[in-house]
Structures are given as C-alpha cells and as structure tokens.
Write a protein that binds this ligand. Structure first.
Ligand code: NI
Length: 208
C-alpha cells in the first residue's frame, strides 16, 4: 500500500473511533492536528508521513477518553500492520503519538514526537482552543467562571490561567512558536474582554 492509501485508511479508522466524542477530542481535532503536524514537519524537515500518521492517532489510548488504554493501543498497532505499514513505520508512528498521549508535560525524544506534541498544543490555544475549552468544561459539568474567592476555581476560564497561557512557552519547534504567538495574543484579548464584561455585570448587580 502506498503512503497515500495508508493515510486515507488511518483517517477512516480514526473517524470511526472519535465520531461521537463531545469533549473537544472529536474527529475534527484529529484532522486539524494532522494537518498542522504536516505543516510543521515540512518546515522542520521531519518525516511527513510519520508526523501526520502519529498526529491522526495521538489521542488513541488517552486515559481521559479510553477505559481500556492498552487494548486501544494494541488495536491501532494491529490496524497499522493490517494496512501494510512496515515495522519501522509502526514503531515510529506509535512513538510519535505516545509521546503526546501518555507523557504529557514531558518533551518527546524524537523530532516527529516533538512536532505532533506542538500540533496538539496549538489546537488547544487560539480561537479553536477557546471553543474546545468550553466544550470540555461542559462535558465535565464545570462552570464557565466564578469569582468567589472562597470556592475552588475548577472552571473553564481558570483552565486558561492554569494551562493554556503557558503553552506558548512550551512549544518544541520554532515553527510552532511562531503560530503560537498570534493565538496566544488572541486568547489574552479574549480574556480581557471576558473580564471586562463580567465586571460590568457584577457592578450592575450591586447597583440594583
Ligand atoms: Ni489531542
């Protein structure tokens, strides 16, 4: 099988697995990460096929999404062999994907793993990152935001301060850093406007 056909088969496999996701890890997240990974790979002179394939499957086996993580990985491994990926390809694809899914926060060793991790992180910031954050929050019964100091701030807006605003500095590759800068600024603008509107609502309440 040519790499083009393998790519199409991987896309179809991933579509079946993630078609009913409502946590922001849907098929289109995988599609965006695969496309971004390919773009970064081209700039960074990484292996295009390994990066794209690794990006397609990077969330398979994530413990947040799969009850039987090991089985999910075994299944995808079997699948990759069934579409005639070589042993070397299977190993490199799984390595690039595993670096993202299971060791979040750690820097992958392979260039391809670094590229996939960057692509996944880029999808967590900017306009799409904002949308995904609220989708994930809703699927976990979280509030959008509250400003009650005595209460735990397990809210979607808090997630920006805890994680998303740090991602720009965590990008592995220069290409990803460039893309991240613009998306980061957009999030800061968004948060400023959010707090402005939130504050004015609060003041109105006090006036009444
Ligand atoms: Ni992901």
């Amino acid at each position: 099988m040519e790499n083009n056909q393998k790519r199409a088969a991987i896309r179809d496999y991933v579509r079946k697995i993630f078609q009913s996701d409502n946590t922001g890890h849907d098929f289109f997240h995988m599609q965006r990460v695969a496309r971004t990974a390919k773009e970064i790979a081209a700039c960074e002179k990484a292996d295009l096929f390994i990066c794209e394939a690794g990006a397609w499957i990077h969330d398979i086996g994530d413990e947040k999404l799969f009850s039987d993580r090991k089985k999910a990985i075994w299944d995808v491994k079997d699948f990759l062999y069934s579409i005639q990926c070589t042993e070397e390809q299977v190993d490199r694809i799984l390595e690039a994907a595993a670096d993202v899914s299971f060791r979040k926060g750690k820097t992958p060793e392979s260039l391809e793993g670094k590229v996939v991790q960057d692509a996944d992180r880029l999808d967590a910031i900017g306009a799409i990152g904002i949308a995904r954050t609220f989708a994930y929050g809703a699927s976990n019964d979280q509030l959008i935001w509250h400003d009650d100091d005595g209460e735990q701030k397990n809210t979607s807006i808090q997630h920006f301060y805890d994680k998303l605003l740090n991602l720009k500095e965590m990008m592995n590759t220069d290409s990803a850093k460039q893309i991240a800068t613009e998306r980061h600024q957009f999030m800061e603008t968004y948060l400023r406007q959010f707090m402005l509107e939130w504050g004015s609502t609060q003041e109105n309440e006090q006036d009444v």
